[in-house]
Design a binder for this molecule. Sequence first.
Ligand code: FES
Ligand code: FES
Length: 155
Amino acid sequence: MASITVTVDGVTYSDDVEPRLLLVHYLRERLGKIGTPVGCDTSNCGACTVHMNGVSVKSCSVLAVQADGAQITTIEGLANGEWHPLQKAFHTEHALQCGYCTPGMIMAAADLLRANPNPTDEQIREGLEGNLCRCTGYENIVRAVRRAAEAGAAS
Ligand code: FES
Ligand code: FES
């Protein structure tokens, strides 16, 4: 076992974990952060995307021990008293169907807008290319990210 201390959505946890434990399983099973889903477990779909020290990562491709000392934000920590502009925009633009990809899409989009507050549609598509939507809702997802950018989501 390895000892880790990690801050998740503003709360600091200290735990003993197996060195092979994936961050996504730590978040879901140990901390109950089930807003972060597992879509593939093979780093293909992006459903498990969270922010580690402010940068989006696929939490199924990060070991919990690699998050030792890190600040993690999940979809559950993105709202700050009220919905994040991306969450509002996804709702307004009907940018989800089953919703399985949505947490990862929003976390990846938040990182995209942090790096580029006013992306073109092409840049949004490129920025989200690591995130798959099996319901093929890409048009509305791009529209939602554009709406969130116009609403100042990056600020
Ligand atoms: S569950 Fe992590 S990329 Fe699919
Ligand atoms: S809304 Fe169903 S996978 Fe994207």
